[in-house]
Design a protein. Structure first.
Length: 303
């Protein structure tokens, strides 16, 4: 990293950016802690290198209502992922690496262009492995007139130490919580520590930004929004995840309970994941919402 690019920043921003770039020099930016030198061309499990790679950027209208609103979310899909989910529905981007490298300056221009097009927010999808470069771009974009909120749209598999360097830069955290059992996370994402790591990460996110806050038009301005995709054959884990949210995060948490699972990537190899979610399974998941009094958020209709 060129230290000259840091001189105009606030001292706290400078310290945080230096720390984040240091974490990818012998990469420990995420819980995998591969210890590869990404700044000099070494790749770890996620396969990301020095430059962030972008698959696409556009106004997106398919997010939750407070995120997409009427004008769309300024969504930036980042290539690669630190999880290896066998059922990933974005696998051409996350697993196959479809995308193009961009500089931090180019990423800054993309953010400003999305704001100019009317986006309600800047929505970084799968940002974890590019946290340093994203934070750098946010600092530059704010100095050049970016005023809309930043959405950190993540799998939830995050290091608390990394998240702490984002405090004050990210207004909205939008993590998934995918699995509650080590064996499930090992089998489906090669990450047996997923749930314990993600619980700590979500607690840190909530500490930073609190419950979701909407403006007078119903658009999110700050806070935590959690997503959970109900997996076929694993509704018992849905119950555990909802219990955790209600008891250890906040009963006022906005939760998107998703029924849209379909077999993708390598899911057909697994007996549980090779089918769609049943209506009965999703009804059970909705009953758990009632049991734990999670009244804020969204459910989906099943076809």
């Amino acid at each position: 990293m060129d230290t000259n690019t840091l001189r105009p920043q606030h001292p706290i921003e400078t310290r945080n950016l230096r720390a984040l770039y240091h974490l990818i020099r012998s990469c420990e930016i995420c819980p995998r802690r591969c210890k590869v030198d990404r700044l000099h061309g070494e790749a770890g499990i996620c396969r990301a290198l020095k430059l962030p790679e972008v698959s696409s950027h556009n106004l997106h209208y398919g997010e939750e209502p407070p995120i997409s609103g009427m004008r769309g979310s300024g969504t930036i899909f980042l290539t690669h992922c630190n999880l290896r989910c066998i059922f990933c529905q974005n696998y051409p981007i996350s697993q196959l690496g479809h995308g193009k490298p961009v500089t931090v300056k180019r990423l800054t221009k993309i953010m400003l262009s999305l704001q100019d097009r009317g986006a309600h927010n800047i929505n970084f999808v799968t940002p974890t492995h590019y946290t340093a470069q994203i934070a750098h771009a946010i600092v530059l974009a704010r100095k050049r007139g970016l005023t809309i909120p930043i959405v950190y749209n993540t799998s939830g598999y995050e290091r608390v130490e990394t998240l702490r360097h984002l405090e004050g830069l990210v207004e909205i955290y939008m993590p998934d919580i995918k699995f509650a059992r080590p064996e499930t996370a090992r089998r489906y994402a090669h990450a047996p520590d997923y749930y314990e790591v993600t619980k700590a990460a979500v607690k840190e996110m909530h500490r930073q930004v609190g419950d979701l806050v909407l403006d007078e038009s119903g658009i999110a301005v700050k806070g935590l929004l959690i997503r959970h995709l109900v997996l076929p054959g694993h509704v018992d884990e849905t119950e555990e995840i909802l219990r955790f949210i209600a008891e250890e995060i906040s009963p006022h948490t906005y939760l998107s309970l998703m029924s849209q699972y379909f077999p993708a990537h390598e899911a057909f190899r697994d007996p549980d994941l090779s089918r769609r979610l049943s209506r009965n399974e999703y009804e059970m998941a909705k009953e758990f919402l009632k049991r734990y009094h999670l009244d804020f958020g969204w459910i989906q209709e099943m076809n």
